[in-house]
Design a protein around this ligand. Structure first.
Ligand code: BTN
Length: 320
Protein backbone atom coordinates (compact mmCIF):
# COMPACT_ATOMS: atom_id res chain seq x y z
CA UNK A 1 0.00 0.00 0.00
CA UNK A 2 2.82 2.36 0.96
CA UNK A 3 4.40 1.79 -2.44
CA UNK A 4 1.13 2.38 -4.27
CA UNK A 5 0.69 5.69 -2.46
CA UNK A 6 4.24 6.73 -3.36
CA UNK A 7 3.53 5.83 -7.00
CA UNK A 8 0.35 7.94 -7.03
CA UNK A 9 2.12 10.90 -5.43
CA UNK A 10 4.95 10.62 -7.94
CA UNK A 11 2.52 10.49 -10.88
CA UNK A 12 0.90 13.69 -9.58
CA UNK A 13 3.98 15.69 -8.73
CA UNK A 14 2.80 18.72 -10.68
CA UNK A 15 -0.56 19.00 -8.91
CA UNK A 16 -2.36 18.13 -5.70
CA UNK A 17 -4.21 14.88 -5.29
CA UNK A 18 -6.94 14.65 -2.69
CA UNK A 19 -7.01 12.10 0.10
CA UNK A 20 -10.45 11.08 -1.18
CA UNK A 21 -9.12 10.31 -4.64
CA UNK A 22 -6.26 8.23 -3.24
CA UNK A 23 -8.66 6.36 -0.98
CA UNK A 24 -11.06 5.71 -3.92
CA UNK A 25 -8.29 4.50 -6.18
CA UNK A 26 -6.78 2.18 -3.59
CA UNK A 27 -10.07 1.21 -1.94
CA UNK A 28 -8.90 2.06 1.58
CA UNK A 29 -10.29 4.54 4.10
CA UNK A 30 -9.16 8.17 4.15
CA UNK A 31 -7.83 7.60 7.66
CA UNK A 32 -5.61 4.82 6.32
CA UNK A 33 -4.33 7.14 3.57
CA UNK A 34 -3.61 9.82 6.17
CA UNK A 35 -1.67 7.31 8.30
CA UNK A 36 0.45 6.20 5.35
CA UNK A 37 1.16 9.82 4.39
CA UNK A 38 2.19 10.64 7.99
CA UNK A 39 4.56 7.67 8.00
CA UNK A 40 6.06 8.76 4.66
CA UNK A 41 6.66 12.23 6.12
CA UNK A 42 8.33 10.64 9.14
CA UNK A 43 10.59 8.73 6.73
CA UNK A 44 11.76 11.92 5.05
CA UNK A 45 9.29 12.39 2.18
CA UNK A 46 8.45 16.08 1.91
CA UNK A 47 4.73 16.15 1.17
CA UNK A 48 2.73 19.36 1.09
CA UNK A 49 -0.75 18.97 2.62
CA UNK A 50 -3.30 21.69 1.89
CA UNK A 51 -6.88 21.46 3.10
CA UNK A 52 -9.48 20.98 0.33
CA UNK A 53 -6.65 20.40 -2.19
CA UNK A 54 -4.90 17.34 -0.84
CA UNK A 55 -1.31 16.19 -1.07
CA UNK A 56 1.62 17.01 -3.30
CA UNK A 57 5.02 15.31 -3.22
CA UNK A 58 7.82 17.89 -3.15
CA UNK A 59 10.84 15.70 -2.48
CA UNK A 60 11.65 12.02 -2.03
CA UNK A 61 14.31 11.01 0.47
CA UNK A 62 17.31 8.85 -0.39
CA UNK A 63 15.67 5.56 0.55
CA UNK A 64 16.04 2.13 -1.03
CA UNK A 65 12.31 1.96 -1.80
CA UNK A 66 11.41 -1.42 -3.34
CA UNK A 67 9.28 0.16 -6.09
CA UNK A 68 12.17 2.37 -7.22
CA UNK A 69 14.50 -0.61 -7.33
CA UNK A 70 11.89 -2.71 -9.11
CA UNK A 71 11.74 -0.20 -11.98
CA UNK A 72 15.45 -0.73 -12.65
CA UNK A 73 15.48 -4.53 -12.43
CA UNK A 74 15.59 -6.83 -15.42
CA UNK A 75 15.45 -10.00 -13.35
CA UNK A 76 13.01 -12.87 -13.27
CA UNK A 77 13.07 -13.68 -9.56
CA UNK A 78 16.07 -12.22 -7.72
CA UNK A 79 14.95 -9.03 -5.96
CA UNK A 80 11.38 -9.30 -7.22
CA UNK A 81 10.19 -9.62 -3.64
CA UNK A 82 12.03 -6.99 -1.61
CA UNK A 83 11.37 -6.59 2.08
CA UNK A 84 12.60 -3.17 3.11
CA UNK A 85 13.26 -2.06 6.70
CA UNK A 86 14.31 1.28 8.17
CA UNK A 87 16.24 -0.56 10.84
CA UNK A 88 16.98 -4.18 11.77
CA UNK A 89 19.61 -5.96 13.83
CA UNK A 90 20.97 -7.75 10.78
CA UNK A 91 19.46 -8.44 7.35
CA UNK A 92 21.06 -11.91 7.42
CA UNK A 93 19.30 -12.66 10.69
CA UNK A 94 15.96 -11.46 9.25
CA UNK A 95 16.50 -13.47 6.08
CA UNK A 96 17.20 -16.66 8.04
CA UNK A 97 13.98 -16.21 10.04
CA UNK A 98 11.80 -16.21 6.92
CA UNK A 99 13.90 -18.16 4.43
CA UNK A 100 11.82 -21.34 4.47
CA UNK A 101 8.52 -19.52 3.92
CA UNK A 102 9.41 -17.15 1.09
CA UNK A 103 10.17 -17.67 -2.57
CA UNK A 104 13.71 -17.89 -3.85
CA UNK A 105 15.26 -14.51 -4.64
CA UNK A 106 13.46 -12.70 -1.82
CA UNK A 107 15.75 -9.90 -0.73
CA UNK A 108 15.91 -8.14 2.62
CA UNK A 109 17.23 -4.59 2.56
CA UNK A 110 17.62 -2.30 5.54
CA UNK A 111 18.58 1.36 5.79
CA UNK A 112 20.61 0.52 8.89
CA UNK A 113 21.72 -2.49 10.90
CA UNK A 114 22.09 -2.33 14.65
CA UNK A 115 24.02 -5.60 14.87
CA UNK A 116 25.46 -6.03 11.39
CA UNK A 117 27.48 -9.25 11.25
CA UNK A 118 30.82 -9.65 9.54
CA UNK A 119 32.87 -12.79 8.94
CA UNK A 120 34.69 -14.52 11.77
CA UNK A 121 32.25 -13.11 14.34
CA UNK A 122 33.21 -9.50 13.63
CA UNK A 123 30.77 -6.58 13.62
CA UNK A 124 29.80 -4.76 10.43
CA UNK A 125 29.27 -1.02 10.75
CA UNK A 126 26.01 -0.18 8.96
CA UNK A 127 24.95 3.46 9.49
CA UNK A 128 21.51 4.65 8.40
CA UNK A 129 21.01 5.56 4.75
CA UNK A 130 24.71 5.34 3.97
CA UNK A 131 25.16 1.89 2.54
CA UNK A 132 23.59 -1.12 0.94
CA UNK A 133 22.91 -3.69 3.63
CA UNK A 134 21.10 -6.56 1.98
CA UNK A 135 20.56 -10.32 2.08
CA UNK A 136 19.42 -12.48 -0.84
CA UNK A 137 17.66 -15.78 -0.08
CA UNK A 138 18.51 -18.66 -2.42
CA UNK A 139 17.28 -22.24 -2.59
CA UNK A 140 19.52 -23.98 -5.09
CA UNK A 141 19.39 -27.73 -5.60
CA UNK A 142 23.11 -28.18 -4.87
CA UNK A 143 25.20 -30.00 -2.32
CA UNK A 144 26.21 -28.02 0.81
CA UNK A 145 29.85 -28.35 -0.27
CA UNK A 146 29.06 -26.06 -3.20
CA UNK A 147 27.39 -23.33 -1.16
CA UNK A 148 30.51 -21.19 -0.96
CA UNK A 149 30.41 -20.79 -4.77
CA UNK A 150 27.56 -18.39 -4.24
CA UNK A 151 29.99 -16.05 -2.45
CA UNK A 152 32.03 -15.78 -5.64
CA UNK A 153 28.86 -14.98 -7.57
CA UNK A 154 28.14 -12.24 -5.03
CA UNK A 155 31.65 -10.79 -5.24
CA UNK A 156 31.61 -10.81 -9.06
CA UNK A 157 28.15 -9.15 -9.13
CA UNK A 158 29.15 -6.36 -6.77
CA UNK A 159 32.50 -5.75 -8.46
CA UNK A 160 30.82 -5.41 -11.87
CA UNK A 161 28.07 -3.20 -10.46
CA UNK A 162 30.65 -0.83 -8.94
CA UNK A 163 32.56 -0.79 -12.21
CA UNK A 164 29.31 0.01 -14.04
CA UNK A 165 29.06 3.26 -12.08
CA UNK A 166 32.59 4.16 -13.10
CA UNK A 167 34.63 3.12 -10.07
CA UNK A 168 37.59 0.80 -10.56
CA UNK A 169 37.79 -1.88 -7.88
CA UNK A 170 39.35 -5.23 -7.14
CA UNK A 171 38.11 -8.46 -5.60
CA UNK A 172 40.17 -9.69 -2.70
CA UNK A 173 39.48 -13.42 -2.58
CA UNK A 174 37.18 -14.77 -1.38
CA UNK A 175 34.69 -12.03 -0.78
CA UNK A 176 35.97 -8.52 -0.25
CA UNK A 177 35.80 -5.68 -2.72
CA UNK A 178 38.65 -3.24 -2.30
CA UNK A 179 39.53 0.12 -3.81
CA UNK A 180 43.18 1.12 -3.65
CA UNK A 181 43.64 -1.62 -1.07
CA UNK A 182 40.84 -0.44 1.23
CA UNK A 183 37.73 -2.53 1.82
CA UNK A 184 34.45 -1.20 0.50
CA UNK A 185 32.29 -4.33 0.51
CA UNK A 186 32.10 -7.58 2.41
CA UNK A 187 29.97 -10.66 1.86
CA UNK A 188 28.73 -13.07 4.51
CA UNK A 189 27.20 -16.25 3.12
CA UNK A 190 25.26 -18.43 5.55
CA UNK A 191 23.62 -21.77 4.88
CA UNK A 192 21.08 -24.12 6.39
CA UNK A 193 21.27 -27.65 5.13
CA UNK A 194 21.52 -31.36 5.76
CA UNK A 195 24.33 -33.74 4.83
CA UNK A 196 23.53 -33.72 1.13
CA UNK A 197 21.03 -30.98 0.57
CA UNK A 198 20.75 -27.25 1.01
CA UNK A 199 17.61 -25.86 2.63
CA UNK A 200 18.57 -22.29 1.88
CA UNK A 201 21.52 -19.98 1.47
CA UNK A 202 21.56 -16.36 2.59
CA UNK A 203 24.04 -14.13 0.78
CA UNK A 204 24.58 -11.03 2.92
CA UNK A 205 26.14 -8.13 1.05
CA UNK A 206 27.37 -4.98 2.76
CA UNK A 207 28.55 -2.12 0.54
CA UNK A 208 29.96 1.08 2.02
CA UNK A 209 28.33 3.48 -0.40
CA UNK A 210 27.95 7.00 1.00
CA UNK A 211 29.82 6.70 4.30
CA UNK A 212 32.08 9.58 5.18
CA UNK A 213 35.30 9.11 7.08
CA UNK A 214 33.63 9.89 10.42
CA UNK A 215 31.07 7.12 9.86
CA UNK A 216 33.77 4.47 10.24
CA UNK A 217 34.92 3.41 13.70
CA UNK A 218 38.38 4.86 14.28
CA UNK A 219 40.18 1.52 13.99
CA UNK A 220 38.70 0.90 10.52
CA UNK A 221 39.51 4.27 8.93
CA UNK A 222 42.88 3.06 7.67
CA UNK A 223 41.52 -0.15 6.15
CA UNK A 224 37.98 0.75 5.10
CA UNK A 225 36.61 3.14 2.50
CA UNK A 226 33.37 4.02 0.73
CA UNK A 227 32.42 4.66 -2.87
CA UNK A 228 31.60 8.26 -1.96
CA UNK A 229 35.05 8.82 -0.46
CA UNK A 230 36.73 7.32 -3.53
CA UNK A 231 34.56 8.97 -6.20
CA UNK A 232 34.28 12.23 -4.26
CA UNK A 233 30.56 12.38 -4.94
CA UNK A 234 27.33 11.01 -3.49
CA UNK A 235 26.35 7.74 -5.15
CA UNK A 236 22.81 6.78 -6.21
CA UNK A 237 22.12 3.74 -4.03
CA UNK A 238 18.98 2.65 -5.91
CA UNK A 239 20.88 2.46 -9.17
CA UNK A 240 23.77 0.58 -7.56
CA UNK A 241 21.65 -1.99 -5.73
CA UNK A 242 19.67 -2.64 -8.93
CA UNK A 243 22.91 -3.26 -10.84
CA UNK A 244 24.06 -5.69 -8.13
CA UNK A 245 20.79 -7.63 -8.27
CA UNK A 246 20.71 -7.71 -12.09
CA UNK A 247 24.30 -8.97 -12.26
CA UNK A 248 23.64 -11.46 -9.48
CA UNK A 249 20.72 -13.09 -11.25
CA UNK A 250 22.60 -13.30 -14.55
CA UNK A 251 25.56 -15.07 -12.91
CA UNK A 252 23.43 -17.19 -10.55
CA UNK A 253 21.20 -18.46 -13.36
CA UNK A 254 24.29 -19.35 -15.35
CA UNK A 255 25.55 -21.37 -12.35
CA UNK A 256 22.22 -23.18 -11.96
CA UNK A 257 22.00 -23.97 -15.70
CA UNK A 258 25.61 -24.98 -16.30
CA UNK A 259 26.52 -26.18 -12.79
CA UNK A 260 29.66 -24.10 -13.16
CA UNK A 261 30.65 -20.68 -11.81
CA UNK A 262 33.10 -20.08 -14.64
CA UNK A 263 31.54 -16.74 -15.61
CA UNK A 264 31.89 -15.47 -12.03
CA UNK A 265 35.38 -16.88 -11.63
CA UNK A 266 36.46 -15.13 -14.83
CA UNK A 267 35.33 -11.81 -13.33
CA UNK A 268 36.99 -12.64 -9.99
CA UNK A 269 40.25 -13.44 -11.79
CA UNK A 270 40.20 -10.40 -14.06
CA UNK A 271 39.64 -8.12 -11.09
CA UNK A 272 41.67 -10.05 -8.54
CA UNK A 273 43.61 -8.08 -5.96
CA UNK A 274 45.68 -11.17 -5.13
CA UNK A 275 46.65 -13.05 -8.27
CA UNK A 276 50.38 -13.09 -9.03
CA UNK A 277 51.13 -11.33 -5.73
CA UNK A 278 52.87 -12.52 -2.61
CA UNK A 279 50.23 -13.19 0.02
CA UNK A 280 50.04 -14.29 3.62
CA UNK A 281 47.76 -17.22 4.34
CA UNK A 282 46.41 -16.87 7.87
CA UNK A 283 44.90 -19.87 9.66
CA UNK A 284 44.46 -19.10 13.34
CA UNK A 285 47.92 -18.34 14.71
CA UNK A 286 49.62 -19.86 11.72
CA UNK A 287 50.80 -17.46 8.97
CA UNK A 288 52.46 -18.74 5.79
CA UNK A 289 53.81 -16.74 2.85
CA UNK A 290 53.15 -17.83 -0.73
CA UNK A 291 52.29 -16.51 -4.20
CA UNK A 292 48.63 -16.56 -5.31
CA UNK A 293 48.72 -18.24 -8.70
CA UNK A 294 45.12 -19.07 -9.62
CA UNK A 295 41.48 -19.34 -8.62
CA UNK A 296 40.18 -22.75 -9.68
CA UNK A 297 36.78 -23.78 -11.05
CA UNK A 298 35.46 -24.39 -7.54
CA UNK A 299 36.39 -20.84 -6.55
CA UNK A 300 39.32 -21.96 -4.38
CA UNK A 301 42.56 -19.96 -4.27
CA UNK A 302 45.67 -21.77 -5.46
CA UNK A 303 48.93 -20.67 -3.86
CA UNK A 304 52.52 -21.68 -4.49
CA UNK A 305 55.03 -21.77 -1.64
CA UNK A 306 58.69 -20.85 -2.05
CA UNK A 307 59.64 -24.56 -1.85
CA UNK A 308 57.50 -25.19 -4.94
CA UNK A 309 54.60 -26.78 -3.07
CA UNK A 310 51.17 -25.88 -4.42
CA UNK A 311 48.14 -25.73 -2.14
CA UNK A 312 44.41 -25.16 -2.63
CA UNK A 313 42.97 -22.74 -0.08
CA UNK A 314 39.27 -23.30 0.53
CA UNK A 315 38.64 -20.69 3.17
CA UNK A 316 40.55 -18.44 5.52
CA UNK A 317 42.07 -15.04 5.75
CA UNK A 318 44.48 -13.82 3.14
CA UNK A 319 46.43 -10.62 3.43
CA UNK A 320 48.81 -8.95 1.02
C1 BTN B 1 32.72 -9.33 6.06
O1 BTN B 1 33.12 -9.50 7.22
O2 BTN B 1 33.48 -8.94 5.19
C2 BTN B 1 31.29 -9.64 5.69
C3 BTN B 1 30.39 -8.47 5.94
C4 BTN B 1 28.95 -8.73 5.54
C5 BTN B 1 28.04 -7.59 5.91
C6 BTN B 1 26.66 -7.79 5.36
S1 BTN B 1 25.67 -6.34 5.52
C7 BTN B 1 24.25 -7.23 5.08
C8 BTN B 1 24.35 -8.58 5.73
N1 BTN B 1 23.80 -8.56 7.07
C9 BTN B 1 24.74 -8.74 8.00
O3 BTN B 1 24.53 -8.73 9.22
N2 BTN B 1 25.92 -8.93 7.42
C10 BTN B 1 25.83 -8.89 5.98
Amino acid sequence: MREKIIDILKDNKESFISGQEISDRLKVSRTAVWKYISKLKEDGYIIQSVSRKGYRLLQSPDILEPNLIDEELNTEYIGRNIIHYSSVDSTNMEAKKIALEVEEGTTIISEEQLKGKGRLGRNWTSPKGKGIWMSIILKPDISPTEASKVTQIGAASVSKAIEEIGIKNKIKWPNDIVIKGKKTCGILTEMSGEINRVNYIVVGIGINVNLEEGDFPEDLREVGTSLRIEKKQVIDRVNLVSNVINNFEYLYKDFINTRSIKKSIDICKESSALLHKRVRVIKGDNIEEAVAIDINDDGHLIVKYDDGNIKEIISGEISI
